[in-house]
Design a protein around this ligand. Sequence first.
Ligand code: UDP
Ligand code: MG
Length: 316
Amino acid sequence: MKLSIVVPCYNEEAVLARFDEAVRAVLARLGVAHELCYVDDGSTDGTLARLRGLAQQHRGTTRYLSFSRNFGKEPAMLAGLRAATGDAVILMDADLQHPPDLIEKMLDLYQLGHDQVVARRSRDGERRLRSALSRCYYRAVNTWVDVELADGVGDFRLLSRKAVDALLALPEYNRFSKGLFSWIGFDTVTFDYRNAVREAGETKWRLGALVNYGIDGMLSFNSRPLRLAIYAGLGLAGLAGLYTLWIVAAAVVGGVTAPGYVTLVAIIVGLGGLQMVMLGLIGEYIGRIYHEAKRRPHYLVKEGNAAEATLSAAAG
Ligand code: UDP
Ligand code: MG
């Protein structure tokens, strides 16, 4: 069997060589046929030059693609999966936060017949706020969204050829891999590992990007948030009805009293806000339809030595 390692890289000049060495050492020890598929996601540092160097140095076992600009990790993973030719594919980050030593364990589990071998990380060494927010987020997502998303489960996983082909058959433009992995199903096994801190370079995720990613996760799988909006509307209408009854009753019993300015303002402002949120929600879905309808490629390739780069006239 042949194993492909898919690595999205965005400005990873500082760790790339170390990563490559570490992974190759493990693969050599395991004696498994392999290839490394690097996808340079429009890096602005020396990442591409390093990749060219690696491709020279390890001819035959290194494929690389370089995007025309930064398209994001999702498109980069997609390109890597498309370029990979192995019977099994492992998705890894370039920053050594995904310990190469775990490849052995993943392969063992794959050999037992699992189609997805998922490494779940603990949140050691992460900022307290970030891990607390993540935990709340997953709880919310799992109550609202149809697919199951687990905390600590990221993109670090082994996929069998069957699972990879299933993923590649999903045509959507907005890709939210965590959800897609869970959506395709197949025989999945999960094991835990200790979170490692980034070896060098810095995280590409700002808090804002994380929040956006979170919203994507909620919206890309179903229309349940819209259903939620209907429930909120119904609930509020019900409350408004009760309140009206109460006011009328109070007026009948105690006569008309004028005050109520504060209540009025609070209600107007509150409802206005809620309506904005729901409009935004609908807009979000329409925006998604718009993007999907354009059918743009997920990414553009400017150079590379993977078949993908030459075959598809640079469009993904
Ligand atoms: N990455 C990418 N494109 C981007 C952002 C990140 O290909 O726009 C890659 C990055 O090079 C790394 C992986 O995705 O290999 C994870 O990124 P990072 O370590 O910054 O995320 P974190 O581990 O902090 O979640
Ligand atoms: Mg990282």
